[in-house]
Design a binder for this molecule. Sequence first.
Ligand code: ADP
Length: 135
Amino acid sequence: MYANILVPIDPSHKDRHDGAFEMAKLLGGDGAKITALTVVEPIPAYVGIGGILPEIDAQVNKNVGEALAAFAEGRDVETVILRGSPGTQIVEYAKQKGVDCIVISSHQPGFGDFLLGSTAARVVRHAHCGVHVIR
Ligand code: ADP
């Protein structure tokens, strides 16, 4: 059984996260802490020409926060949003927070020919802990 499980969530893929949460529950049993993490990639500077970057940033935070809360609703999970490169941030967060298992989907549904998507591949290669990949 694991005690501290991280479930990275890409909010743009609605249909693939139920299985990850269910697997986290199974792997952790009743006592485990489960964290749902979404990483928002930085908005390119040119988008902010005219000084509107803070507004866009705030809107993105709001939208992502709502999407993540919707995934987490009814589940006993903590939600976290970070900025940066998803693969790197997931691996760093897991290490900093003493996560002992990461549960991640392998790739977008329909991309069956690929073994792993780029974020999943980075996490599998660089995580300090076990990674459970859902096909
Ligand atoms: P694909 O390119 O096919 O979507 P990825 O490797 O990017 O493959 O995504 C696989 C999984 O990686 C997602 O289901 C999710 O668990 C995680 N992931 C991808 N992007 C993010 C992100 N921005 N924040 C958190 N997790 C992510």
